[in-house]
Design a protein. Sequence first.
Lengths: 648, 401
Amino acid sequence: MLIFDQLKKNDPQLRLLTWIVLGGMGLLLVGLWYVQVISYRQYAENQKAQSFRTVRIPAIRGKILDRHGVPLAENQPSYNISLYLEELREQFREEWRRTRPAGRVPRSVRLSLEGQARYRVVSNIVLQLGAALQQPVGVGFEQFLRHYTNQLALPLPVLSGITPAQLARFQEQPGNPPGLDLEVQPQRHYPLRTTAAHVVGYMVRDDSSAQDEDAFFNYRLPDYRGRVGIEGAFDHELRGRAGVKSVLVNNLGYRQSENIWTPAEPGDNVHLTLDVRIQQEAEHALHSALPNARGAAVVMDPNTGDLLALASAPAYDPNQFIPRISPEDWARLSDENLKPQRNRATQETYAPGSIFKVLIAMAALENGLDPQRLFTVEPDPARPNKGCIFVGRRKIEDTAPPGQYDFRRGFIRSSNAYFITNGLRAGVENIIRLGQKLRLGERCGLPTFQDSPGILPSLRRVRAGWFDGDTANLCIGQGELAVTPLQMAVMVAAIANGGKVLTPRLVERLEPQEPALAGTGRSFPPAQVREELGVSTRTLQLIRDAMLADVEDRDEGTGRLAAVPGLRICAKTGTAQITDEANKVVDHTTWFASYAPYDNPRYVVLVMVESGISGTYTCAPVARKIYEALLRLESEPRSRGPILAGKW
Amino acid sequence: MVMLPLGQERQSKLDWLMVAALAGLLVCGVVFIYSATMANEAAGFTPWYNQLFIRQIFWCVLGVVAGGLVCLPDYQRLARWSYVAYWVTVVLLVVVLVMGAKVYGARRWIDLGPFKLQPSEFAKIAFILALGNFLSRPVDELRRPLLFWKALGLLALPFGLILREPDLGSALIFLPVGLAMMFAAGVPVRYLRQLLTGAGLVVGLILVDVLFAPPNWQIKLEEYQRRRLLVYFGLDGAPRGASPAERAEARRKQRDYSYNVDQALISVGSGGLLGRGWCRGTQNALGYLPRAVAHNDFIFSVIAEEKGFMGSVTVVALYSVVLFTGIRIAGQARDRLGKLLAVGIVTMLFSHVFINIGMNIRLMPVTGVPLPLLSYGGSSVLCSLIAAGILQNVSLHRRAY
């Protein structure tokens, strides 16, 4: 062989040379083997790391639909014009060649001058675009520089959300400046604007990775995260899975090519139990209560617990958060008095006032109150035409006149004296137990992050340091007690459906966006009973009759303003006092708790208005409007036409 | 040409094995220079006759003709002209120092209009011829110290001139070549040992001085040379007691410089066993491997990335064939002159190959040494082919008639 012949030859010098060459070539081979075969993976990864940029592409967010499929939140295409910088490299070079200063310049100066040359090219193109679109467009120097340094592999966004007219102009332009291209991005849109805004919630800009995604990306395209409401509660499901795009870049960082590694998987649609038409009617009615009304309205199916409307006023427009809420809008949404972000139906708690007498009535009737027995309300010495009651040394005023009261009259006149006397007779522990069965002081189980538990004293609390005066307060829905309108709706539903305390249902089902996968989503069953009230049918019937009388008794019923011809409505009104530290009444929370029809309950309607005059005069008319609308909607066939936003 | 008797045919003819290996290397060179330069977008705009692979083909043809011409006269007649060649190249080396084209702070080329001449390449050939001629005298004479010093002087003159350009890599090639030829000629080993120890000591001192001494004690080395050494030894080069900011700055500079080396290593490593395929090397196409050097000093990393370990082995094997056939020619040479010439040329080629490929896998520091026959460059290809021609000459004229 070639090599061994040399080694055998009797020539020591050439033999040594052969050995050296052999050793050298062997060393190279070993080195190459080590680098190319043993350490291949490491270098391949290094190579990939320096030449690939990964981009996170958000998935198309699921829609939020009402029970009939009317969208409350959807995506609409937003047309953006972007500038692909890698197509301008020739122009950058040209501009630099044209404007470079003669002679040598220090590196830092040269870099900055080169940056300015590039900016001039970009700025020119953007100006031409502005002229073509007949709209001033500008890219700031700082913005350009930041993009050039940090995101060179991505196109530079020049103009987002262009109008259809501009879109047409841009596309009909024969010679668009080079590098400009049109991009379509889905953008969240709330077609009904403020309708059910609190339930829908809103989104904030958040490009970060979800838990089960890759944590590292070189770049992220804009994405949003639901903060509250359904957007927040089902953020994970709505969001889907973000995809990954890889961009191959050259040593200067310009884009060479790109391909999609993992496509984004669209999120699920959320079907709500809400009926947009009822929701809009409820909101409309609520707004009619007072100028700048603050309040809530709940429409619920007492048999299934389905929430048909969950209105809160004032509302906001979730579109304001896209792409980013302005500081002025944010200040408006943070108003201390109006609190437009709070969902008053489920998130704010209030003293229930007289509508709590429904619960007191149950406790008293279950504990031996004879509904026929007459009770005498004594006249108030200070106001002889009104009654009053003394608990200990404290006088509690009554809005009912002095005279003889049985259960029905006590209920429809909402006599404080009657209910305090009988509540004390039933005992506070029985009242608390009943409250616990109604799950007062606990969250209703809504997923929207807007669910407040409210306050109900515990049995331990009432066994020590508790006085009759405190019980008297509970009997008229005041004192250590706070409820949400939704909790009261659940209470009324329990009366209407025969004693079942339901979990209100807001979400009917989740369904994949692709029609092929329809039916594979998760659904939430209706009529989830949290607790049986364990109250006798007789008691419930007595209360139902009394509630019916509250509306139908033309002379004395406090709820008579809610009466709707052709619908037998059962109701209880309430006006809770809000006192300041000096125990002076400063404001009222007015209530109307009702269901209808009397003999086959289909709707619970609960209205709460802050700073109203009284349940009778402020809330009952609101409820009447809602019932009228419900009747009308039942009779008219569901139209598939568009639902108009912002009727008010 | 003289008609050779049939029986003599085997003994005196071209070494076809080497010719085949050389041809293989030349083809590889052109093919991968194409790959290294065509990825560059600007290359598309250059006229075809200015494209580097076309120019390389031209140089190859020219080189083959030159190599063939070198084969025609007996190498002994060539050797008679060796001192002339030697002094001509020395003059050229002086000329290049005075009026050479300055590229990256070094004067290495003489601009001749359509192409640039790199005298250091030709100096290597002339030096081998001259030293071979000088050492081919009877072995006894070589014991004389004066002769040894003269031989050293022969080496030192071009070495010093090339070092002044500065071109450390090319200059360093002279050392192993001179050493190997003296050794093969039979210069007493003790001289060589002394020379080796001396050189080792000087190089060691220089290294220590460059790497660790305080700035004003350091010998004046070009900044880029110092940096290359620092990169090779992985030091940042900040003086002792430098502030963190200074140290960070030094680190940054060092990182910038080590960029070439790192990218070459990534290219070679990411080639893996089979490579990405011809013209598919991303390192080169995306410009991570600097475009200015991908087709010449770093052509090996382009081959290694695109053809993987198999490609590297092929290249190393082709070089091995050239080198070992060269040693065989040295062994079969008719006289000491032939043997010395062959040894010198083999050593020169081997040094180039080892330093260049070693640099790609971080076995050697970065020195601008081309890979013979593969790297783009007229002077380099021409001289490598002339060197191969001399080897063939020795092979052809191995019998005296």
